[in-house]
Ligand binder design. Structure first.
Ligand code: FES
Ligand SMILES: [Fe+2]
Length: 449
């Protein structure tokens, strides 16, 4: 199959791409309650009888809005890694669920997630397009001119200035405003928690537990990667014209290695060997073992003291951890891959039923960044990531188009697609205002080792 180029894919995904405007769903409209009921029905099917969700779950504005309030805003959402804003004054901006946010390293060495909306007359203090709309590394560069470092925050409208923690520092000509006290007028601050170096926000402040509690099991499993001390060394931003579940399902199931990645990932980690752990309340975890002939080659290279990935293997990983990719979706949407030499984090930001902004990143231990040929290794690792991501982009775009058509049929799932079914069960649990396994027995895993 001829694959689309990066330029073609980026063009097709542009938010104002004319192709998007022509799509009208040929499927009947379902109410919010009807969609939620269908998701619940899917979640009650045993794995062996499982099927895909109704198309409206991927196309309905109403259902998307329900997800924003009941799945995303009331839970912890990962926005950045600490290595993106390592020093005091570093910041980066992001729009999340309609909120313009600034993630900033304040003078007390705390990380703040603040609203960028000025408490004077609602101006965005760093409007996109005016030079601060970046999402990646804090150090400005030609590639990412937007993020930066600042001593204070200035609203460009009437020049109110704020401290790095959002407190109002100065505002001219307010002396005649009766009862006006500066301390009453800070930038709004959202609940924030840094877990293993990753910066999470809870937009409605109602999350019932901390990130550390929620991901306690992952904490132990990820320990050898020492995430807090890793460095984000690559970040690519993608506009995507598909539903967040199209991407999340694609990210988590590896059945498609056999098709979409037949020349890339399938040659290393064949679809048939991939497997999923038993159901957990707060995450899904899958294992993608490398095929035996590749393991033999790797062991040979290791015995000769040679690197076999772009970067040296991370010390302290077990043989099993080095010889597989681990896929995780921390609920609601903390998605990443563990590999022998890196940690690949995808920040998936849902923007609408058929739109999301994606940041694909690579993190490596800081020792890897000090290698003399680091830049060459970084470029090689980044290009490999882009190559297989383009294969995913192509199928996700085509799937979303299919979901609008009259030809769409609800499909049946392979056992290799257990994560798709587990995502359905997660969504159904959130509609019951609980989490998987809290009110129903946990589904067993596909392998116990
Ligand atoms: S709106 Fe920000 S200073 Fe007036
Ligand atoms: Fe894929």
């Amino acid at each position: 199959m001829k694959t689309l180029t990066e330029t073609q894919i980026r063009e097709a995904c542009r938010p104002d791409s004319s192709e998007r405007g022509q799509i009208r769903s040929a499927q009947p409209e379902l109410s919010l309650d009807e969609i939620i009921a269908e998701v619940e029905t899917c979640s009650q099917l045993p794995m062996g009888e499982s099927q895909t969700l109704p198309p409206q779950a991927y196309t309905s504005e109403t259902y998307f809005n329900w997800e924003v309030d009941h799945v995303f805003k009331n839970d912890w959402f990962c926005l950045a890694h600490i290595s993106q804003i390592p020093t005091i004054g570093d910041f980066l901006n992001v729009e999340a669920f309609g909120e313009p946010l600034i993630i900033i390293h304040d003078k007390d060495n705390e990380i703040q997630v603040l609203s960028r909306v000025c408490p004077h007359r609602a101006m965005d203090i760093m409007p996109p397009g005016l030079g601060y709309d970046g999402h990646t590394l804090a150090t400005p560069s030609d590639e990412h001119p937007a993020c930066g470092n600042t001593r204070f925050l200035l609203c460009p409208y009437h020049f109110w200035t704020f401290e790095l923690d959002g407190a109002l520092k100065a505002c001219a000509e307010m002396g005649q405003a009766e009862g006006f006290k500066r301390e009453d007028w800070s930038l709004k601050s959202f609940c924030t928690e840094v877990w293993n170096g990753f910066i999470f926000v809870n937009l409605d402040g109602q999350a019932p537990r901390s990130v550390a509690e929620q991901y306690a099991v992952l904490n132990e499993e990820l320990e050898p990667w020492d995430l807090a001390n890793m460095k984000l060394v690559a970040a690519n931003e993608w506009d995507c014209n598909f539903n967040w579940k199209v991407l999340a399902e694609n990210f988590m199931e590896s059945y498609h290695h056999a098709g979409a990645h037949s020349k890339t990932l399938q040659t290393m980690m064949p679809a048939r060997d991939t497997w999923t752990e038993g159901e957990k309340p707060f995450h899904i975890r899958c294992h993608l073992p490398m095929k035996q002939s590749l393991r033999d080659e790797i062991h040979q290279l290791e015995s000769e003291g040679k690197d076999w990935e772009s970067f040296p293997a991370i010390p302290g990983l077990s043989d099993e951890q080095r010889m597989e990719w681990g896929l995780v979706m921390g609920f609601p949407l903390f998605t990443f891959v563990t590999t022998a030499d890196s940690f690949i984090w995808y920040r998936i930001l849902p923007m609408g039923p058929d739109r999301l902004k994606l940041l694909t990143t690579i993190l490596v231990p800081s020792t890897s960044t000090q290698l003399p040929d680091f830049e060459k290794r970084r470029a090689e690792s980044n290009q490999a990531g882009i190559d297989f991501h383009l294969e995913d982009m192509e199928v996700c775009m085509a799937v979303q188009r299919g979901l609008y058509t009259s030809g769409y049929q609800r499909g049946r799932l392979s056992h290799l697609e257990m994560p798709v079914w587990l995502i359905q069960r997660f969504l159904a649990a959130r509609a019951r205002d609980t989490w998987p396994t809290f009110d129903r027995p946990a589904a067993p895993g596909q392998q116990t080792s």
